[in-house]
Design a protein around this ligand. Structure first.
Ligand code: TYM
Length: 373
């Protein structure tokens, strides 16, 4: 992997070359033939059409099985280190599209243990943040009958024997090579991947027969699942398949929306005023003066505001292209574009926050094995 960027489950920095990352991780591109195949199941999600979900492992096998009548299960997750931001929502929205399209069950893992081990947070903090994050999951509208939320510290009794079997198959040398751990790493962190592996095997354990699992996630999570896939056959489970997305950028033009820069990050709990302020300060592809921009036009390729339309807030390709053209020709200015994005985000958040409040009444019904929050 070139030096300029780094993508691990805990750190994403630099200018990510997604093709190089795919080569170095060893995943397979989602090419036109695969997109055409996906079109057979329903309208393909814009995140596929636009190459945002761009790479996979064994997705073809999942579809082949599905065509023969084998139902697969979805698995995704969140490490509850803070409030949910729009970058997290991206793979979840896509996961919902798969659930709706294929009618699948979904396991959603909240890793309060992970964030306790890797961040400067208490276990009480990460566990209560897990509840807050769960409200976002419910608000997104996953099918409540087909979706179960796992909280690692609550479901540990069921998970631990499976995690142990995984742990016995993974050496410290592998953990160091995959995750870059060293002698200063706490031993909980070294064990942690085994807990993220477990939900990939639970559908098979619960059903008592081999159930294929598909994991939609950001590409940063792939290292965990490389380890999971390596140990699966030896434990008698199918290797989980993956479908991975690029990282949604920050409003500062950085490569990943991340809580490390709060001003460049839109949280699902933000007020309309906060959104306006953050979008107002966003990095754009505009010129220094209005006159210059009218004359030379802007550059949507580098503009964080345009990227937000591209990634999440404008699903209509024709309207998106029109916006890019208006920007290039100088007929729309950055201020106008920012106002339009602010409006879109605030309309979305108003509805989401309403559903998030209502989620408090039902989130208890969606827990795995019926744990109490
Ligand atoms: P976490 O909480 O860092 O992120 C949750 C999910 O969001 C993705 N993600 C992003 N996707 C696009 N753009 C961004 N800017 C962005 N930031 C985060 C992550 O890739 C992830 O899919 N260890 C995991 C929790 C976990 C998990 C899983 C994730 C447990 N089991 C199974 C995916 C699948 C974590 O800390 O994710």
């Amino acid at each position: 992997m070139p030096e300029e960027f780094k993508v691990t489950p805990w750190e994403v920095t630099g200018d990510i070359d997604y093709d190089a990352l795919q080569r170095s991780f060893g995943t397979t591109p989602i090419d036109d033939a695969l997109i055409a195949r996906l079109e057979r199941y329903g309208d393909v999600h814009p995140m596929i059409r636009r190459g945002i979900f761009y790479t996979h492992r064994d997705l073809v096998q999942i579809l082949d099985g599905y065509d023969k009548g084998d139902r697969f299960c979805l698995y995704t997750g969140r490490g509850p280190s803070g409030n949910t931001h729009l970058g997290h929502m991206m793979p979840w929205m896509f996961t919902k599209w798969i659930q709706d399209t294929f009618g699948t069950d979904l396991l959603f893992q909240l890793t309060d243990d992970e964030k306790f081990l890797f961040k400067d947070m208490t276990l009480e903090d990460t566990t209560s943040m897990a509840y807050e994050n769960a409200l976002d999951i419910v608000a997104l509208g996953f099918d409540p009958k087909k979706t179960r939320i796992i909280l690692n510290t609550k479901n540990v009794q069921k998970m631990y024997p499976v995690a142990l079997r995984v742990a016995k198959k993974v050496t410290f040398s592998t953990a160091k090579a995959v995750f870059g751990f060293d002698n200063s790493t706490n031993i909980g962190s070294i064990f942690y991947t085994t807990m993220q592996a477990v939900p990939a095997f639970l559908p098979t354990i619960d059903a008592g027969r081999q159930v294929p699992v598909l994991i939609p996630c950001g590409i940063d999570q792939d290292p965990h699942f490389r380890v999971t896939r390596d140990v699966a056959p030896g434990l008698g489970y199918p290797k989980p398949a993956l479908i991975c997305c690029k990282m949604m950028p920050g409003l500062n033009g950085g490569d990943k929306m991340s809580s490390s820069d709060e001003n460049a990050t839109i949280y699902t709990t933000d007020t309309p005023k906060q959104v306006k302020k953050k979008v107002g300060r966003a990095f754009t592809g505009g010129c220094v003066s209005v006159e210059e921009q009218r004359e030379k036009g802007g550059n949507p390729e580098v503009c964080a505001v345009f990227k937000y339309f591209y990634y999440m807030f404008e699903h209509d390709d024709a309207r998106l292209n029109e916006l890019a053209e208006k920007c290039r020709s100088g007929s729309i200015l950055c201020g106008e574009c920012k106002m339009c994005l602010t409006e879109r985000i605030n309309v979305f958040l108003e509805e989401h926050q309403d559903k998030r409040e209502k989620a408090r009444d039902v989130v208890g019904d969606m827990t795995y094995d019926g744990f109490e929050w």
